[in-house]
Structure formats: structure tokens, C-alpha cells
Write a protein that binds this ligand. Sequence first.
Ligand SMILES: O=C(O)C(=O)C[C@@H](O)[C@H](O)CO
Length: 289
Amino acid sequence: MYNGIVTPMLTPFNRAGEIDYDATRLLIQDLKGYGVSGLFPMGSTGLFPMFSLEERKKFLQFVSENRNNLTVYAGVGSSSTQESIELSKFTEDVGIEVRVLMPTYYIKPDEEWMYKHFSEVISASSNDLFIYNIPQLAGSWVPENVIKKLKSEFSQVKGIKDSSGDMRFFSRIVTLVSKDFSVFQGQDDLLLTSMALGANGGVCGLSNISGSIVDLYKAFQSGDLKKSREIQLNKVNPLMYAVNAPTFPSGYYYAFYKKHNINGGYRSPMVQPSKEHSRVIDEATSQQI
Ligand SMILES: O=C(O)C(=O)C[C@@H](O)[C@H](O)CO
């Protein structure tokens, strides 16, 4: 059973646009301090499509070796099934427990294509796998019948992370929760609602830069609905809307660099947030204390 708050990690850059491993170490220390339960490198917030296969492997191995006793959920998404298979095998070689996989993208897959991608990648290694539903970025939904089919056919399939923001869809898939299958919410402002419906936790971008997400999770788990509602509405949501003012996910990078006074970079084509967006983010982060 997987639960808690998992961080879809930033991939910090230096000014030359290369991965900054010292800053990554600092990020992992932050996350351990906030009390997250897992690390999710090379997801959407981690900008996985911007990296070569070799860069992805090196970063995944670094996170696995510096995990600080946290569970590692490795993004193995690609529009190439062969690449996702290669990354899957690599995650097993470096001791990563969970893979995270969305449908292939750019060329829009029909259900048969989608099932073929998932089944071939799932079978490529024995470690667990979470289905990743994020239609607004991947360009296609993972249909409920495909989710149920993969869940029933492959013992590696241990959960789904839904970032669609569609609570009707979420309300249906959350009924799949069992001791062998977890359902995570990928949108921070829907975390409390989702946990009230039975979600096992969340994969929340804000957990890169604030302890409020874990505080919300802990308040709900302790039965303090009033406190969890206050955190959701007065801390999490305003910060989420502020860091998403600039194009996703540049605001998260700005906030992390600012927090640690790092002269961090933005790999092309990502652009540093404007002065106005930076001011909005600074104001929202100052309210978190
Ligand atoms: O970065 C990821 O991979 C996530 O899971 C977080 C994602 O769901 C964002 O919240 C989408 O806005």
C-alpha cells in the first residue's frame, strides 16, 4: 500500500541549464524535513521531456542513491515505448521501487495503442508501476476500462495518480482503492476533497517548496477537518495559484531558487518568471509562515 505525500521533484538547473546536483541534494533535504513519504523524479514538474535518456538515468540513479530513506517513484514516461522499456529496466537496476507512466503523446494513441504501450512497459521490469492520468498535458485520458484491465492483469500495477482535475472521474477511480492499489490526487487544491473520498494521498507540486501540503495531509489523517480545511483554503490554494501564474512549472523553480538564494537556471525553452509574477509568488510564499 502506498500513501502519504509524494513530491513530483523539480530538476534544479544551473545558469548554463545543466542539472544542479548540489541543489538537488538541498531539495531532498527540504522534502525529508517537510515529512513527505516519497520522491517522484522526472515527472511533469521535473520537465522530463527536456532531458536525454542518459540525463534521465543519471538523475534517477542520483535520487535513488540519495533518497534519505524515502520511497522513489521514477517517471519513465516517453512517447517511445522502447525508451520507457529501457528506463523501466534501469529503474530496477538502481533499486527504484515504483515507476510512473502516462500514455504516449504527440501521436494520439487509440485504446489499443495505449494498452500495448502500458502492457509492454509494465512487463519490462518487476518493480511496481503507477498509472499517470494527466490528459491536459499528455493529450489523452487513460480510460477507466484500461485502468481496470491493467490492474487486473499485472501484479506490478499498484496505483494511479490522477492529475486531470476532474472530480467526477476521480470519484469513480477512487473506488478502486484496496490494500494492493492506491489512488493519489495530483492537483494540490483538490487534495482535501480527494482524501475525504478515500484517496491514499497526493502527488503535489507545492511540496517542493512548502510543508503546508504535508501539514494538510497530517491534519486530515488525525481527524482535524477544521485545520485541514483551513490549510487547504488559506495556505495551499493561494500558494498554488501564485506559483502557477507564470507558465507551469517555472513558478515552482523560481520559488525554490528564491527560498535558498540560489542563482538557478531555466533550461530552454523555459523562461524565468516576469518581475510581476515573481512579486506575486514572493507575496504568497511570505504568507506561508
Ligand atoms: O509533476 C508531476 O508529475 C505531478 O504529478 C504534479 C502534476 O500533477 C501537476 O500538479 C500538474 O499541474
